[in-house]
Each structure stands twice: as C-alpha cells, then as structure tokens.
Ligand binder design. Structure first.
Ligand SMILES: Cc1cc2nc3c(=O)[nH]c(=O)nc-3n(C[C@H](O)[C@H](O)[C@H](O)COP(=O)(O)OP(=O)(O)OC[C@H]3O[C@@H](n4cnc5c(N)ncnc54)[C@H](O)[C@@H]3O)c2cc1C
Length: 459
C-alpha cells in the first residue's frame, strides 16, 4: 500500500518523467501530438492515437504515496479514479471529488472540469489539487501551484483538454470517508422547488435535520424532479447492489431510502453509464442476465457506442427505415436560476429524459471556463438520440442547445462534439485572451493542437 514514505515510487516516477521528456523531444515534428493511453471518456469521434507518433503515457497510472496524517496523495496523471479511490479508501480517505466513471483519470478529470455529487461543497476536480507537475507543449517539465511562478498555468489548466501540456503528477487533498453511504430520495414537483431545496442544502449542508455529504438529482419530467441526498455512515442495516439485475436509476423512483457501500456509491453511474445501457437493451431482464456482469461498465459501453458512431451502423439503419436522428450527448453547466428556463426549452425542442442534475460551486476560479466561484451552478447531462428531419443540418439540435446555453449565461464542457464557429468559440472559451497568453508561454512552437482544433475540429 503506498504511504508517505514510498520514496522508491517517487524515484521511479522521476526516471519515467525524464524518459517521457526524451520521447516527447523525439516525436516527429509537424504532426499533432496525441496521447497513447489505455482508456478515454471523450464522446467525439476522432482518429485512434498512432503508437508511432503518439506519446505513450500508459505507465503514468499509479498512486505514488498517501499521507494519512496530512491527508494528501501524490498521484500520477493517468491514474484512474477507480485505482485512486481504492488506494485512499484503504486509509479511510477519499479525494473530495471523485468523478462518476471508474476509468476517468485524475489528469483527464482536471482538464475536463467534471462535476460529481460532492461538487456542491467541494467544487470541481482542480479544487482539490495542490500542485501539478506538467509536461508543457514546449517540452519543459514544470511544477505549477496556485501561487508560484507557474500560477497562470495552474489556473489555466482546467478546461485546457491537454492543449497546453500534460499533468504527470498531481498532489491532491483527501478527506475522511466512511464505509457506507445512506441515500434519501426526495421527489419534487417542479424544477423551481428542486432548485430552492438545493439552495437550502448548500447553505445548511443538511436536509430535514440530517447531514448531507452528496447531492445530485434526476429530472424524469416537469413534475418529477428527484433529489438524491447521501451521507456517510459507519453502519448500514442492509446494502443494495445495482451491479447485477437491478438498475440504479430505477431505484430513485421506487424507494425513499437506500444504503450502498461507499465504493458502490462512487460507481453507481458507471455500471449502466447512467441509463445509456438502454441502447443495448440492458434494461430488459433477459438481456441483462445474458450480458456478462464484468462487461457492464461505462468504459465498454462507451467503446461500443463510439465504434457504432464511427462506422455509422445505427445511423444507416435509422435512415433506411425513414427515422433519421441526431446524437445529443452533452452536458450544460448553467447558473441555478436558469435551469427552469432551460428545461422548458429542452422539453419543447429536444425531449430527452431522464436528465442528470448535478449541483456545483467552484472554489477557485478557472481562467478558461467563466464560472463564478461560490455561485451555485447545475450541470445537466443528457445523452440520447433525438428524431430529426432530413432537411435540417446534421447538427441542428446540438447548435440549438449551444445557443440556448450561451443565452442563459452557461457553458458546456467539451468532452463531446462541439459545433461552434471559431469566433464564437474563442469568445466563450478563450478567457479574454488568457488562452493565447498561456499558449505563448508554454507552447510557443504550437506543438500541441489548440483547444478549438481539439474540441471542435476533433483533430
Ligand atoms: C457520457 C459522458 C458523461 C460524462 N459525464 C461526466 C460527468 O458527469 N462528470 C464528469 O466529471 N465528467 C463527465 N464526463 C467527461 C469526462 O470527465 C471528461 O471527458 C474527462 O476529460 C475524461 O478524462 P479521461 O481521463 O478519460 O481523459 P481522455 O478522455 O483520455 O482525454 C480527455 C482530454 O483530456 C486530455 N488529457 C487526458 N489526460 C490528461 C492529462 N493527464 N493532462 C492533460 N490533459 C490530459 C486529453 O488530451 C483529451 O483532450 C462525461 C463523459 C461522457 C462520455
């Protein structure tokens, strides 16, 4: 088990960093640098990384040390949240923000600004980071903290999606955890009452006089907006299991309370990749039994979906039977007060249900993602195919959503397809010129593709 005295792991890490720096220098000039890593959670079709010209970071996947007294961990950038959580839970600790899929990595989570149910109190993944060791686009390895000479990179790294450099090691905070989690499911009859309950919970860190450590929710319809409240506990009268025949999100409507092991709570959305396993019929009890349990996870489900999109199977079949559709797989990060208006628009124009709701409050500002620290936002996640008509542009619905998000003062994370024009994109994600200042400071030779190239043009 890694501990604070694990200096051998640090020495090995330093050697690996030096070797990586050399292989980065040796990469052919002129072709875009791509990471070679085991997993990904991007939802935009793109070329598979080429092992010959890619940067192989697969071995940067370890927890180097944990200091249970200082409650910190030294973690390599490509360590999955699953490995990280397992290592820290062994000490009765967890990172304050553990993202929802097992195979999201710590570095990927920081540059992708994801949220989870602790984000209403703990912020986004970058908020738990104390320092980052980064291989920059110009081939240096720098250590960035919130107040050293690389503070500009520290604050500009979240939402940079690997376009400024790659995080190789991160020192993060940890917080105490307990073995079990108690859940309470509360149905609200409107988005407005959901938001006002959320505001109270955010202030009080409690509901009905009981503590709240985690909050998320699911919108099933305008009069069925569920709050899911959870708190750590040392004892559980029973434990539910949603990795087998039962489906987690169904339970939110079927029962008022529940108990899960902390580990199962962390990965409650991983088994069925929220509810998108429906695409493969996995809510059918017979098919669910036939589908091997170990193959029910977001990593595999995403790979199958991306394979299908790349070769256009579903698309061709749907067009052939006269039922064209558009993929809408997105999150929208909106100020809490705009969620009601967005959902009214969304129900009228798009109609995907359910929608995941995850409150978040940033602690530290991010230069490239204009959210105000301390203000309450909600991340809305919707992932499905939506009927469209052949006379519409192929990205008609996605554009409609992008425009509505901007109109309401929100932003969307860029893990999926993005359809912005270039000027519009830089107005939203350029941080008033901060992005190009960072590019000049850390990747003046433009060795790494820029944010627009990566996230919109999928280069
Ligand atoms: C259906 C779906 C739902 C999602 N919902 C959520 C959600 O609710 N909450 C949430 O938090 N996130 C969510 N995500 C997004 C996910 O967190 C981000 O895409 C995240 O960036 C993926 O991290 P990864 O480690 O898998 O990185 P990858 O997918 O491998 O890479 C993502 C990007 O990050 C860059 N990158 C990867 N590692 C590093 C590093 N160490 N340093 C610098 N750059 C790096 C890559 O170059 C790439 O541009 C969702 C994704 C999907 C597909």
């Amino acid at each position: 088990m890694p501990t604070s005295t694990n200096s051998a792991a640090m020495a090995e890490h330093r050697q690996a960093v030096e070797a990586l720096r050399q292989s980065y220098r040796a990469l052919p000039q002129g072709s875009p640098v791509r990471l070679v890593k085991r997993t990904s959670n991007l939802f935009r079709p793109r070329r598979a990384p080429d092992r010959a010209t890619g940067l192989d970071v697969r071995h940067f996947d370890k927890v180097l040390s944990i200091d249970p007294v200082a409650r910190t961990a030294e973690v390599q950038g490509m360590t999955t949240f699953e490995d990280l959580a397992d290592a820290t839970l062994a000490h009765g600790l967890l990172p304050p923000v553990v993202l929802d899929f097992k195979k999201i990595t710590l570095g990927g989570g920081v540059v992708g600004t994801g949220a989870e149910s602790s984000s209403f109190r703990a912020g986004l993944p970058h908020d738990q980071v104390r320092e980052m060791e980064i291989l920059t686009g110009d081939g240096r390895v720098v250590v960035a903290t919130r107040d050293n000479e690389h503070a500009d990179l520290f604050h500009g790294f979240p939402h940079s999606y690997g376009s400024l450099g790659y995080a190789l090691r991160l020192q993060i905070d940890l917080e105490p955890a307990k073995p079990f989690v108690r859940l309470r499911h509360v149905r609200m009859d409107s988005v407005e009452s959901w938001i006002s309950a959320l505001r109270r919970i955010t202030e009080d860190r409690a509901w009905d006089g009981e503590p709240v450590d985690f909050v998320d929710g699911v919108y099933f319809g305008p009069d069925a907006v569920h709050l899911v409240l959870a708190d750590f506990t040392d004892r559980a009268p029973y434990l539910s299991d949603y990795t087998g025949s039962k489906v987690y999100y169904w339970s939110l409507r079927q029962r008022g309370a529940d108990f899960l092991s902390t580990r199962d709570y962390l990965w409650r959305w991983d088994t069925d990749m929220y509810w998108t396993s429906r695409l493969f019929g996995l809510e059918n009890p017979v098919l669910r039994r036939l589908w091997p349990r170990r193959a029910r996870n977001a990593d595999l489900l995403r790979r199958i979906q991306m394979f299908d999109r790349r070769f256009g199977f579903t698309s061709r079949v749907r067009r052939a039977v006269g039922r064209p559709f558009e993929w809408v797989l997105q999150d929208a990060d909106l100020p809490a007060e705009s969620v009601g208006e967005f959902m009214a628009f969304f129900d009228a124009e798009i109609g995907i249900k359910p929608v995941w709701l995850c409150p978040m409050r940033l602690r530290e500002p991010i230069s490239l993602y204009p959210m105000e620290p301390g203000k309450l936002y909600v991340s809305l996640g919707f992932w499905w195919l939506v009927p469209t008509s052949p006379d519409r542009p192929a990205d008609y619905l996605n554009r409609l959503i992008e425009r509505k998000i901007a109109e309401l003062g929100g932003h969307k994370p860029l893990y999926s397809t993005a359809h912005y024009g270039e000027d519009e994109f830089w107005r939203q994600y350029g941080g008033d010129g901060a992005y190009w200042r960072l590019k000049d400071a850390y990747d003046a030779g433009r060795r790494l593709p820029d944010l627009y190239d990566k996230c919109v043009l999928a280069r």
